[in-house]
Ligand binder design. Structure first.
Ligand code: SF4
Length: 447
């Protein structure tokens, strides 16, 4: 029988859906806004604005909060980022806007920009805030993928008067924001409100529409004047190690999605996470939140080479997550159910294509650890199969090459943005990709 996630912490940590950064109250928001120096001016952008991939006028919206003009603050945010509410929760603000805040240079705490943005988003109405739509151009654009890149591209195109239809194989919109971001950062709100705003612009959503054959793609090509690809990446990369199909060996996406549906995965007391990126950190912290007594991240290089953000590594450590560096799993062992993971020690060799030292295994150093669950978080597969159906599209090792100024691919009808270009970046960068491509598509269609 499936158990559901209760709202009681099992090991002293916040419960699964308890947010990492709780919302600010009115007085807190006013006090925080009052600390902002309103940097920048007519000749220079504020550092925080430059630190935001979508270029939100941060001092502008903070000033509006200080003056209690919350609708104005929201309007300033939506002007640059239609997913401003989602991004206020999932952005790594510590390394973006807040990381650039001048107060840090004085050794002070940066302005809490992420939570101020959230405050503006949650205390305002979207009614009538979006700019008037331009007159209909009569042009039709298909957006494949309802993730952050697709949604932002669709909204910008609709504002320019184009007829936009979004297609996604999932039943719900949001892409990686909905399905791949750990619930302690964001469950599903505020996505429904954001999708409603986009639908109000005239965008139609075709959810559960899997473009899974060349014929279906050809039909879209014939029907639409231009196509935006916000297709992201596919399933978790498979390790192809013996025992990978044992019960207890999870993919990271499957694990996060399971928690988000309210189902508590039965992970037992000893959880091993494989990988060194932000997803590995996310699933480790979630595993601890749902009651695993021991959570260890196994990474084949050292901490210096970990792609995860430093502050996230530190926070995970503070929550009791252990790290085992220079260690790689080679086999999963058990009878139907996982019982042990066999690992091997590694050493660092010469730099590889990633520019980081290549991890080399040390023969004879194999050892076994008892584990109840393994969660693989070593990256997602590229969408090579789908992309091979598009004539003349230029790929780089399975990722789409574009003109960075317009988002256009080498097949002029197709534009692209998001993780399918870069192999996995932040949601806010995907939003900006969608905006750039919308302008490119508009030019292509004679706008
Ligand atoms: Fe305010 Fe910091 Fe931005 Fe300056 S850099 S405007 S202090 S948030």
């Amino acid at each position: 029988m499936k158990t559901t996630i209760n709202d009681v912490s099992e090991n002293g940590l916040p419960n699964v859906f308890e947010e990492l950064k709780p919302p600010l109250g009115e007085l807190q928001a006013f006090t925080e806004a009052s600390k902002c120096l309103e940097c920048g001016g007519p000749y220079a952008e504020a550092p925080c604005t430059l630190g935001c991939p979508t270029g939100i006028d941060v001092p502008g919206f903070i000033k509006a909060i200080y003056e209690n003009k919350i609708q104005d603050a929201a309007s300033i945010i939506w002007d640059q980022n239609i997913l401003g509410a989602s991004c206020s929760k999932v952005c790594p603000t510590e390394i973006l806007c807040e990381g650039a805040c001048v107060l840090k240079e004085e050794g002070r705490k940066p302005i809490d920009i992420g939570r101020l943005q959230r405050y503006a988003m949650e205390h305002s109405s979207s009614d009538g805030l979006l700019k008037e739509k331009e007159t209909s151009t009569g042009k039709k654009v298909a957006v494949i993928g309802a993730g952050p890149a697709g949604l932002s591209c669709a909204a910008e195109l609709a504002k320019k008067g184009h007829e936009v239809a979004v297609f996604d194989r999932k039943q719900d919109f949001g892409g990686l924001i909905r399905y791949a971001i750990a619930p302690y950062r964001l469950n599903k709100d505020p996505l429904p409100k954001e999708a409603r705003m986009i639908a109000d612009l005239g965008v139609t959503f075709n959810m559960g529409a899997d473009i899974n054959t060349p014929e279906k793609l050809k039909k879209i090509e014939d029907e639409f004047d231009s196509i935006f690809l916000g297709i992201g990446l596919g399933k978790d990369v498979e390790l192809s190690y013996p025992g990978e199909d044992l019960a207890g060996v999870w993919d990271s996406l499957e694990f996060i999605e399971s928690i988000k549906t309210g189902e508590k995965p039965d992970i037992g007391g000893s959880v091993a996470i494989i990988g060194g990126g932000n997803t590995a950190i996310d699933v480790a912290r979630e595993a601890a939140r749902i009651g695993a007594g021991d959570v260890t991240i196994y990474y084949r290089r050292t901490e210096d080479e970990m792609p995860a953000y430093d502050h996230e590594i530190e926070e995970a450590r503070e929550e009791g997550v252990h790290f085992q560096f220079l260690t790689n799993p080679i086999r999963f062992i058990g009878n139907d159910q996982l019982e042990f993971m066999e690992c091997q020690y590694m050493k660092l060799g010469k730099p590889d294509a990633s520019g980081r030292p290549h991890p080399e295994s040390i023969p004879g150093t194999e050892f076994k650890v008892p584990v109840s669950t393994v969660i693989k978080a070593i990256g997602q597969q590229k969408r090579k199969g789908f992309l091979n159906w598009i004539q003349g599209i230029d790929l780089n090792n399975g990722l789409i090459n574009i003109d960075p100024d317009t988002g256009q691919t080498s097949n002029p009808k197709y534009f692209a943005g998001g993780d399918a270009l870069n192999g996995g970046a932040t949601a806010v960068e995907a939003v900006q990709d969608g905006k750039i491509a919308a302008h490119g598509i508009d030019q292509y269609l004679g706008g």
